[in-house]
Write a protein that binds this ligand. Structure first.
Ligand code: DC
Length: 222
């Protein structure tokens, strides 16, 4: 690994490419802070749904962005306004509309700011859609993960089953395709590979192989 004072690793890509599992393991292996930026977009979406604030209600959304606290505990579970909401933010209700709230410029501005504040303070690995392009365009290492849609849906389906979230494989594949389209076609900070990011196709890779590939680039073998 580079002998630098401050290290930032950006991992971007669509849902279900294994970004968060990979990033979490690398964080543990290399002693970095892990930041799940998707969880932050899910948290604010959950807060908006709970307060019945629609995406077109700019005024109430602005207030919500200022008043909502989003924290992570030591197990990376998400707390919204002091209550653990890990289960709710991963559920079907939030998954269905998170890309709509994520496309709102005010939401992006507020969360980007929070992500920079966290990332500037410590060595960290962040996963999301716009980390290498917008949040940390000067990140030390940038990776862009891609995976076949059916493999992604299958992985997400198994994850949901493990967590007791009831969604069919078909529902998950449809949700992933819709989110891919919304996330990559929005005007502000769309999902796209940074020109200097290393693309990794994870379709045929296990999580351990993904971890090793990235750590090999960073200079540390798992
Ligand atoms: O990584 P995830 O599937 O939990 O992310 C949920 C949604 O959040 C995703 O569909 C798009 C949005 N998102 C984003 O717009 N920018 C990020 N940096 C991370 C996630």
């Amino acid at each position: 690994m580079q002998n630098k004072k401050h290290l930032v690793i950006a991992i971007d890509g669509p849902s279900g490419t294994g970004k968060s599992t990979t990033a979490k393991l690398i964080a543990k292996n290399l002693g970095l802070t892990y930041l799940d930026t998707g969880a932050m977009y899910r948290a604010i979406t959950f807060a908006a749904l709970s307060a019945k604030i629609t995406p077109d209600n700019k005024e109430d959304l602005d207030q919500l962005l200022q008043s909502t606290t989003i924290d992570f505990d030591s197990e990376n579970q998400v707390w919204v306004n002091g209550i653990c909401r890990e289960e709710e933010i991963r559920g079907a209700e939030v998954s269905k509309v998170v890309s709509i709230y994520s496309a709102i410029p005010a939401v992006r501005m507020a969360l980007t700011e929070k992500q920079r504040q966290i990332g500037q303070k410590q060595n960290c690995i962040l996963d999301g859609r716009d980390i290498g392009t917008v949040v940390f365009p000067h990140a030390d290492y940038k990776f862009f993960l891609v995976t076949d849609i059916q493999v992604r849906a299958r992985r997400r389906f198994l994850e949901c089953q493990e967590k007791g979230i009831s969604m069919t494989l078909e529902e998950i594949e449809k949700n992933l395709s819709e989110r891919d389209l919304l996330d990559s076609s929005r005007e502000t900070a769309p999902l796209k590979k940074a020109p200097d990011a290393i693309e990794i196709d994870t379709t045929q890779l296990s999580i351990q192989e993904q971890v090793k590939k990235i750590q090999d680039y960073v200079g540390v073998v798992a």
